[in-house]
Design a protein around this ligand. Structure first.
Ligand SMILES: [Fe+2]
Ligand SMILES: [Fe+2]
Length: 195
């Protein structure tokens, strides 16, 4: 990809100057100059610096996780039809579609950062933080989905903390997905609770 080339000399200097500039609460002028001149890097400016590729890697792992969740929820939706609770079966499809939207938002951000979204099905489950879990009964499905949602909540929380102010746009995206994963986990926990 065009963005994966080494940092330009201007961008590298901008990085060295960044720490000093922060101590004075002054803008890093070399960074602004690189923003004016390094047009080939699109929306990626020196502030991303060395973190860009690590952020893309984190986002690609999250993308794999979302896709495994799409597949697990769809599997549970179709196999739960006819079990005790049609309402829960149909909610599995709602969650599946939420996870697909999360995946699309992550893929869009990866491209904005100059990366390539990894949709390779051969490695999806190895890269995902959550498991596919092709279980058969409703309680086991609810439990597997609650585990996956809790893993997603933990992974997104850690990513938000790791990214911090390195990339506020990505952090806000992750915070918004995190809020929805917490809602999913809450719903599943309610359904699992004894009546
Ligand atoms: Fe999700
Ligand atoms: Fe979720």
């Amino acid at each position: 990809m065009k963005h994966s080339s080494a940092l330009s000399r201007g961008a590298a200097r901008a990085h060295l100057d960044a720490a000093a500039a922060r101590e004075r609460l002054a803008l890093n002028q070399a960074g602004l100059e690189a923003a004016r001149s390094d047009l080939q890097t699109g929306a990626v400016t020196p502030h991303f610096g060395l973190w860009r590729e690590e952020i893309i890697a984190l986002l690609n792992d999250a993308l794999a996780t979302e896709w495994v969740c799409v597949l697990r929820y769809r599997r549970h939706h179709f196999t739960a039809v006819g079990l005790a609770s049609p309402a829960i079966a149909s909610e599995f499809m709602v969650h599946a579609n939420d996870e697909a939207r999360h995946a699309d938002r992550l893929a869009r951000r990866i491209v904005q950062l100059g990366g390539e979204p990894d949709f390779n099905p051969d490695t999806l489950t190895q890269r995902s933080h959550a498991a596919y879990s092709p279980v058969r009964d409703l309680q086991a499905m609810l439990r597997a989905n609650l585990i996956a949602e809790r893993v997603a909540v933990e992974a997104y929380s850690q990513m938000v903390a790791l990214i911090g102010d390195k990339d506020p746009t990505t952090r806000r995206l992750l915070e918004s997905i995190l809020e929805q994963e917490q809602h999913h986990a809450e719903q599943l926990a309610d359904w699992l609770a004894p009546a």
